[in-house]
Ligand binder design. Structure first.
Ligand code: SF4
Length: 247
């Protein structure tokens, strides 16, 4: 079919085992890993996710209390003029686009879904400002199945860990879904996001204090680019021997 690429080859069992071991270790290291956006209902969740595009969750959480006081439900957002949102969300960046998308999305939610955020990927992705990744994040929080949304952190960490080579988030997502059993997708998404924020950061991954260092080939990571850490001891020969080889 046009535009649809072949599914990735089934990963070797050893790779699946390694991926599961990575998630187990990250799960132990990050038991608190959960969505960092603050929301009280499905409408607030949807709005926060739209606002989080190219913005930190911290910044979104700073903006949303006043926004949700002014617009308490889908109907209030649907009645609003986008300009009324500007001063409240300016700090989140791209505020004109985001305001337009939020109002249009909530108009659709109010008119077509009875004021309730839809529970299917197809309906969510039909809303303005909601792409594949955002729909996956919303579905996870609504408890609607298992998904593996790929944001910048999930993509970067997956490539460094050797789970995927691709830059395209949809391809990375399919690699991860092939690598891990469905019951680990939601958790896997959250853990890779947190690990990317806390340790495997874009500029200077802290490999010396990384809980999965022994299982990581560190693809694309220059040794002189890693963050210095007091906890980091030089790699022992044993540790070096256990680390998967670089491509
Ligand atoms: S060892 Fe380094 S590159 Fe690999 S996951 Fe940990 S922080 Fe990231």
């Amino acid at each position: 079919m046009a535009g649809r690429s072949r599914p990735p080859r089934a990963p070797p069992p050893a790779e699946r085992t390694r991926a599961l071991a990575v998630l187990d270790l990250l799960g132990r290291a990050l038991p608190e890993a959960r969505i960092a956006l603050d929301f009280r209902d499905d409408v607030q969740l949807l709005v926060s996710v739209i606002l989080s595009a190219q913005c930190t969750d911290v910044r979104v959480n700073q903006a949303t209390p006043a926004l949700f006081r002014r617009f308490p439900d889908a109907a209030a957002f649907a009645r609003a003029r986008p300009e009324a949102l500007w001063p409240l969300i300016r700090s989140c960046g791209l505020y004109r686009n985001k305001a337009r998308n939020i109002v249009a999305a909530l108009q659709a939610v109010a008119a077509e879904h009875g004021g309730r955020v839809p529970r299917t990927r197809e309906a969510l992705e039909a809303l303005p400002g909601v792409g594949r990744k955002s729909a996956g994040v919303v579905l996870i929080q609504l408890g609607e199945g298992q998904h593996f949304p790929v944001d910048t952190h999930v993509g970067r960490v997956s490539r460094r860990l050797g789970f995927a080579r691709e830059l395209d988030p949809s391809r990375v997502e399919r690699r991860l879904m092939a690598l891990l059993p469905p019951e680990r997708w939601n958790q896997g998404h959250q853990l890779l996001v947190w690990h990317g924020r806390r340790t495997c950061t874009a500029r200077a991954p802290a490999c010396g204090r990384c809980p999965v260092e022994e299982l990581c080939p560190r693809r694309g990571v220059r040794r002189d680019a890693t963050a210095p850490t007091r906890a980091a001891a030089p790699s022992s020969p044993t540790r070096r021997a256990r680390r998967p080889s670089r491509p």
